[in-house]
Design a protein. Structure first.
Length: 555
């Protein structure tokens, strides 16, 4: 017997109608190089309906991909709504990827039109010749003075919107499984792969972010996604803000640490999320700003080192909360919170709990699978590959008719991360499968070693890779950025590690560099570091001349 409840699709027009009807007076603020702009959600939603009409006028077919190259801005939010709510697919593109990757992605997705912030036009326009499917490039003028090529394909966002006049387009998506958005994985190995989100997966994910033991996003919040809107729906925060009715604060191109922290102070931001690199950049500026409105800072996409979290706790009373996810998982699968089982912990213990990835959010499930294919126990020490399943997790990649090698035969996503899970379900990431260092037959966690090195106040950043060793198979090599004026030596790095890690984990090689190379999404690029290593060892693949490693001193 079937239930007798209404079948209403979980689709984004529901989110649009809610923020428009209930929270029209709340605000969307966007940073610019020269200040800020502000609009109400009512104004934004009116523009969204006109923008859907513009897509009709341009003849963008149902289900077509609409590419975006944009900073976090009000116009990007308008695209986040207008494109999927009118039956097209929002394809956010990362302008920091290599040119060949961008061309590959736009071609594979066969984008019909693309929207570009004017400040990004100098990066994007030279590539447009390699985008055969793209009929129009619509420029969003963000105040940059980048010149506009005289080309009939180029159109202006505000001119199109003004021409759309007062047209009010009915926005409805009857089938919740319709594709809504497309994002490519950052492709650490091989070609990037497309992850195609549905209306249902996005709405469910936004709802999960509102739960009190997830991010607890609420009407009173002032939400600032620093994580770029080209990356996994900027963690779902814009949609969560719409559902909850929060103010949304967006940095626009004003992404320098000083500009970010000033905007957080000015707008009395209560909740923000970014990768650890951003939090490290802001850390030295904390004492000069009033961030007393802040209630939660989330670090996603990588581990939180406790030294960083402690610095935030000491300066503004808010330690950093960790969350784990992937492009394939919408992305939030786990985020930490203090449960009743942690009641006895002291302040440091509590900080360590919330600085770990934490348990799976409701509706998603995780498991650990060991090398022999058996499930590993949840004892907090047995490692295994983390696998995930749930309605917000990809079933296969774009272009795959059946799930490929990234998925198990029973439909779980193989994450490629090695983790442990404690008896209460708290996940700890040990490493990426390919980033573990195997020394003398024993695994060394490069993540734990990096965090131990970064616990030294004389260290700004550190990343560890494994390098071939005739005796041990592999040995860890540490790349370290000393804090300015620290005058750090390799011996001091090793001495600092003695009480923190097993003796055989201590790296023989410590390489001082000016900067750790980052991926397009701001994570440490282990691939780039490996190529530095091979170049410096003189035996490996060629590497671009002039990288920051030229400033390296090896000890
Ligand atoms: P992406 O698809 O670009 O978001 O990258 C996902 C990968 O980032 C994961 O598979 C992990 O290797 C890494 N990652 C994400 N969150 C965390 C975290 N909290 N701790 C450690 N690694 C993480």
């Amino acid at each position: 017997m079937q239930g007798l409840m209404q079948e209403r699709p979980l689709s984004l027009p529901l989110v649009l109608r809610r923020v428009e009807r209930h929270f029209g007076h709340k605000r969307v603020v966007t940073g610019r190089a020269d200040g800020e702009t502000e609009a109400t959600w009512a104004e934004v939603c009116g523009r969204v309906r006109r923008l859907a009409g513009v897509l009709d006028e341009l003849g963008v077919p149902d289900g077509a991909r609409v590419g975006t190259f944009g900073w976090n801005s009000q116009r990007h939010v308008e695209l986040y709504l207008a494109v999927p709510c009118s039956g097209r697919i929002l394809h956010t593109l990362n302008h920091r990827l290599f040119r060949d990757q961008i061309t590959y992605i736009v071609s594979e997705a066969a984008d019909d039109v693309i929207f570009v912030d004017r400040s990004l036009l100098p990066v994007v326009w030279p590539l447009v010749g390699g985008f055969p499917s793209v009929r129009h490039v619509i420029v969003m003028d963000d105040g940059a003075d980048a010149s506009l090529p005289g080309d009939p394909r180029l159109l202006d966002y505000e001119t199109l919107l003004a021409a759309a006049g007062g047209s009010v387009r009915e926005l409805a998506v009857p089938d919740e499984d319709t594709a809504a958005a497309l994002c490519y994985t950052s492709g650490t190995t091989g070609n990037p792969k497309g992850v195609l989100y549905s209306h249902r997966s996005i709405v469910l994910h936004a709802l999960l972010l509102l739960m009190v033991d997830t991010f607890g996003i609420r009407e009173r919040d002032v939400i600032m996604p620093v994580v770029p809107m080209f990356h996994v729906n900027a963690w779902g925060l814009p949609y969560a803000a719409m559902l909850a009715g929060s103010d949304l604060v967006l940095p626009g191109p004003a992404m320098a640490p000083g500009q970010l922290v000033a905007q957080m102070e000015r707008q009395r931001v209560t909740f923000t999320g970014a990768v650890a690199t951003v939090w490290r950049g802001i850390r030295p500026l904390l004492s000069g700003h009033d961030l007393s409105a802040m209630r939660m800072i989330v670090c996603g996409g990588g581990a939180v080192d406790d030294a960083l979290s402690r610095a935030y706790q000491d300066a503004i009373g808010v330690p950093i909360t960790n969350a784990w996810g992937m492009t394939e998982t919408s992305p939030v699968v786990t985020t930490s919170y203090l449960a009743t089982v942690h009641d006895g912990l002291d302040a440091v213990g509590r900080r360590l709990v919330i600085g770990s990835p934490g348990p799976a959010v409701p509706l998603t499930e995780v498991r650990l699978v060991s090398d022999d294919g058996a499930q590993a126990p949840w004892d907090g020490t047995s490692p295994g590959e983390l696998q995930a399943a749930g309605p917000t997790i990809a079933a296969r990649y774009l272009g795959e008719s059946t799930p490929g090698t990234g998925f198990t035969s029973d439909g779980w996503l193989k994450t490629g991360d090695v983790a442990t899970i404690d008896p209460h379900g708290y996940v700890r990431i040990v490493d990426r499968t390919k980033d573990l260092v195997k020394s003398g037959g024993e695994w060394i966690s490069s993540v734990e070693l990096e965090n131990a090195i970064m616990a030294d106040p004389r260290v700004a950043e550190a990343a560890v890779i494994g390098a071939g060793d005739p005796r041990w198979g592999e040995r860890p090599v540490a790349y370290v950025v000393p804090r300015s004026g620290a005058g750090l030596t390799a011996e001091q790095v090793r001495e600092h590690l003695v009480p923190l890690v097993a003796r055989w984990w201590i790296p023989d090689q410590v390489v001082f560099v000016e900067e750790i190379p980052k991926t397009a999404t701001g994570k440490f690029s282990k691939r780039e570091l490996r190529s530095w290593y091979w170049r410096d060892a003189g035996t490996g693949p060629e590497h671009d001349a002039g990288s920051a490693s030229t400033a390296a001193t090896k000890e």
